[in-house]
Design a protein around this ligand. Structure first.
Ligand code: BGC
Ligand code: BGC
Length: 655
C-alpha cells in the first residue's frame, strides 16, 4: 500500500514536473526510454562561478547571452552594448565582407569582439563573447586554409585516427584566426541521397557516423577545450536531419521513436561521450513537428533523459519556422529548450522581444537562468574568461605543408575504386595522358559547397590559394618522369594520347540548393556522358574520376569507362588522385562505400536495412590493386603520427 501511495505521489510529481517544463509528449512518442549519456562530471568550481555571475547579471544581460548575431550585421561595440552572447560568420561571410582579407585581420576582429565583451563600462558584467564558424571541412571560409574531403569521403575512408588528425588541424587553423568554436561535426545519417546535404554525412550507417564523429570531436577539442590550440565542437543537427521524406532539406522525418533513437540519435550518445558541449537543433521536423519547437526532443529527451549538460544552439533563423513564431520573436523555441538562438540579422529586435516576453511571463526567469547557466558553463570550461590571444596558434600554420599532407592522405583514403577492367590501373607515368572533363581543373567541383562562399560557387581562382587541381596533380606527378599531359579532347592523328582520364561531376551546392528530384547523373550532365562516348569511340582506354556529393546512378558512364574512381569532394589536395592513379608511395585503395550505390534498377532510396537490398554496389564495396600493400588501420596511425606532432610535444607557438 505504501508503495502504491509513493507511486501515485511520484506520478503526480512527474506530471507536474513535465507541465512545469512545458513538455508536450507527442502522440507518436511510443514509450522509448532514453538512458543517460556519458558525460564529464560538472566542475564544482565552474558551477560556483556561474552562480556568482547569475546573481550579478540583469535580465537584458542574461537574454543577450542567449542570442547569436552575424559579424557583418554588428560590430564589437554594439555586440558589447547588447551583451550579445555569441557571433557567427555565416557561410561566405568574412571580416569586412572581404574574402581576401587575410588571417591576421580575422584574428584582430576576434580580439576586438573579445575585448569589447570583457569591458566593464557602465557597470556591465564582462562575459566573453563566443564566435562560431562553419569549419566543416577545414576552416573553409578562410582563403588559404587546408580543405579536407567533405564528410562523405571521410566515411569511405572510415579511419578514426585520420578523423582525429583532421580535427586537430582544423582546430589549429581555426584557433589561429581567433575563433574558438566550430559548427561541426554534422552527425546526419543520410538516408535519401537526393538530399543536398548528403555529402555532409559520413555514412548511411549510424555506427560509422557515430565513430567518426566522436573521433573528430576528440581531435577538435583535445583533452580540454581550454587549450589554445583546440576549439569547441558542435554536434548537429539534432535530430534525424538525414531522415527526411524525399531527402528534402529542412523537411519532415516520419519514423517511429524507436527508429529515431537507434538510427539517428544514437550518434549523439557517442558525441556527448566524446565531450561535445554544444548541440545544434535541426531545421527539420519529426512527424510534422519542428525540432526547434519540440519540448519533448529538446527538454525531455536530450536534457532530462540523456542528461545533456551543455547548451542547445538554434540553427539559422530556425525558430521562425516554429508555430506562432517569427524571425524576431519566439518564446516557444526557448521554452522548448533552445538555449542560444541564431538570429543573424535581427538579433537586436530578438533580444528586446525576448526581454518583453520574460516580463510578460511567457518565458520563466528560471528558464532564462537555465539557458544562461549552460552557456556560461561552456564559456568557462573553454577558458574564454582568461583568453590570451598571444597564446593562440600562429597564423603561419594555416595551409602549411604538414597540414596539406594530412589532407592529401585523407583524400587518398577516401577514394573508392568501383571498376578496373583488365587491370588498367595503376598507370605508368611515361605516357601521354589526356586529362579532361568538367572537373579536371575545376577547384569548385573538387572542393564542393561550404568553400569560401556558402554555395562554393562564384569563387575566382584567388579563393583557392594553395590548392592543387586534379589535372595539376597529374602534371606534377608525370612531367619529370617522361609523361605528357594533353588538355584538348579533340583526338587527331597528331594529337593522340595513350589514354584519357576524364574527371567530371557535380557543380558545388549547399543545403536545399543541392536537393534533386532524381539521381540519374547523365540527365543532370549529358555533356560528360557525351565526352566519355566520344573518347571511347576513338579506341582510347578511359579512366573516369567522378566528383560528387553523393552516389548517383552512373550505369551508362560506368559501362563506358575501363576504370572508375568515386572521388567524392576531395578538397584542396588534388595530388591525391595522381597518387592513386600511379600507385605512388606504396598507395593502394582502401576506401569502401559508406553509402549504398544505386543503379538504374533502384527506383527509390537504397539503404542497408532494406528488406530487399539490391544496390549496384553495396556498403563496404571498394576494389584494391592486386598484390599491392593493404593498409591496415594501424599502419595508417603510424603514418599519420609521422605527419603530425602530438600535442604533448608542442607548445601553442610551434604546433
Ligand atoms: C546550417 C547550419 C550552419 C548554419 C550557420 C545553417 O543554414 O543548417 O549547418 O551551421 O547555417 O552557417
Ligand atoms: C548563410 C549561411 C546559412 C544560410 C542559411 C546563408 O546566407 O551564409 O551560413 O547557412 O544562409 O539559409
Amino acid at each position: 500500500m505504501q508503495e502504491l501511495i509513493n507511486l501515485a505521489g511520484m506520478t503526480r510529481c512527474i506530471v507536474l514536473c513535465l507541465c512545469l517544463l512545458n513538455i508536450a509528449k507527442p502522440a507518436w512518442a511510443d514509450n522509448v526510454t532514453w538512458p543517460a549519456a556519458t558525460q564529464p562530471p560538472l566542475d564544482t568550481a565552474i558551477e560556483a562561478q556561474i552562480d556568482e555571475l547569475l546573481a550579478r547579471m540583469t535580465l537584458p544581460e542574461k537574454v543577450g547571452q542567449m542570442v547569436q548575431g552575424e559579424i557583418n550585421h554588428l560590430n564589437p561595440a554594439t555586440a558589447a552594448e547588447y551583451n550579445l552572447g555569441s557571433v557567427l560568420n555565416g557561410g561566405g561571410s568574412w571580416p569586412q565582407k572581404q574574402p581576401l582579407i587575410g588571417a591576421q585581420a580575422w584574428r584582430e576582429l576576434a580580439q576586438a569582439f573579445h575585448d569589447a565583451s570583457m569591458s566593464q563600462a557602465n557597470g556591465r558584467t564582462p562575459i566573453p563573447i563566443l564566435w562560431g564558424t562553419d569549419a566543416v571541412h577545414g576552416h573553409n571560409n578562410l582563403v588559404g586554409a587546408t580543405l579536407f574531403p567533405h564528410n562523405i569521403g571521410l566515411g569511405a575512408a572510415n579511419n578514426p585516427a585520420l578523423m582525429h588528425a583532421i580535427g586537430r588541424i582544423t582546430a589549429l587553423e581555426t584557433a589561429a584566426t581567433g575563433i574558438p568554436w566550430t559548427f561541426a561535426p554534422t552527425l546526419a545519417v543520410a538516408r535519401d541521397d537526393r538530399w543536398g546535404r548528403t555529402y555532409e554525412s559520413y555514412a548511411e550507417d549510424h555506427q560509422i557516423v557515430g565513430r567518426l564523429g566522436a573521433a573528430l570531436i576528440d581531435g577538435l577539442q583535445g583533452a580540454g577545450i581550454n587549450q589554445p590550440q583546440h576549439i569547441i565542437a558542435t554536434a548537429k543537427h539534432f535530430v534525424a536531419d538525414g531522415g527526411t521524406t524525399r531527402g528534402q532539406d529542412q523537411g519532415d522525418t516520419r519514423i517511429s521513436e524507436a527508429t529515431l533513437k537507434t538510427r539517428h540519435a544514437s550518434v549523439y550518445y557517442q558525441a556527448l561521450a566524446a565531450g561535445a558541449q554544444v548541440v545544434m537543433a535541426s531545421f527539420s521536423s519529426w512527424n510534422g513537428e519542428k525540432v526547434h519547437g519540440s519540448s519533448y526532443l529538446l527538454n525531455d529527451v536530450l536534457k532530462q533523459q540523456m542528461g545533456f549538460t551543455g547548451f542547445v544552439l538554434g540553427d539559422w533563423n530556425g525558430h521562425q519556422q516554429v508555430v506562432g513564431c517569427n524571425v524576431t520573436s519566439c518564446p516557444a523555441a526557448i521554452n522548448a529548450g533552445i538555449d542560444m538562438m541564431m538570429v543573424p540579422h535581427h538579433w537586436q529586435e530578438f533580444i528586446s522581444n525576448t526581454v518583453n516576453a520574460v516580463l510578460a511571463g511567457k518565458i520563466s526567469r528560471s528558464r532564462v537562468d537555465d539557458a544562461v547557466r549552460r552557456i556560461l558553463r561552456v564559456k568557462l570550461a573553454a577558458g574564454l574568461f582568461d583568453l590570451d590571444f598571444s597564446r593562440l596558434p600562429a597564423t603561419v600554420l594555416i595551409g602549411s605543408p604538414a597540414h596539406r599532407a594530412v589532407a592529401r592522405e585523407a583524400a587518398r583514403q577516401s577514394l573508392v575504386l568501383l571498376k578496373n577492367d583488365a587491370g588498367l590501373l595503376p598507370l605508368k607515368k611515361h605516357q601521354h595522358f589526356l586529362v579532361t572533363g568538367n572537373g579536371a581543373a575545376d577547384l569548385s567541383r573538387q572542393t564542393g559547397g561550404w568553400t569560401v562562399t556558402w554555395q562554393g560557387t562564384e569563387n575566382p581562382p584567388t579563393h583557392y590559394a594553395g590548392a592543387t587541381s586534379i589535372r595539376q596533380g597529374i602534371i606534377d606527378a608525370v612531367e619529370h618522369r617522361g609523361g605528357v599531359v594533353h588538355t584538348n579532347p579533340k583526338i587527331t592523328a597528331a594529337n593522340r594520347p595513350d589514354l584519357a582520364i576524364v574527371v567530371f561531376g557535380e557543380p558545388p551546392y549547399t543545403e536545399g540548393q543541392g536537393d534533386v528530384s532524381h539521381l540519374h547523373y547523365h540527365k543532370h550532365d549529358p555533356e560528360s556522358l557525351a565526352l566519355l562516348k566520344q573518347l571511347k569511340a576513338t579506341g582510347l582506354p578511359v579512366v573516369a574520376v567522378f566528383l560528387s556529393g553523393r552516389p548517383m546512378v552512373i550505369d551508362k558512364e560506368l559501362a563506358i569507362a575501363d576504370a572508375f574512381i568515386a572521388a567524392w569532394l576531395p578538397g584542396s589536395e588534388g595530388g591525391a588522385i595522381a597518387d592513386a592513379l600511379f600507385a605512388d608511395a606504396g598507395f593502394n585503395f582502401s576506401g569502401q562505400l559508406a553509402f549504398s550505390w544505386p543503379g538504374t534498377g533502384n527506383t527509390g532510396p537504397v539503404n542497408l536495412e532494406d528488406d530487399v537490398y539490391a544496390p549496384l554496389f553495396p556498403v563496404g564495396y571498394g576494389l584494391r590493386y592486386p598484390g599491392g600493400p593493404s593498409r591496415s588501420a594501424d599502419n595508417l596511425k603510424v603514418n599519420l603520427a609521422k605527419l603530425y606532432k602530438p600535442s604533448s610535444a608542442c607548445s601553442a607557438a610551434n604546433c
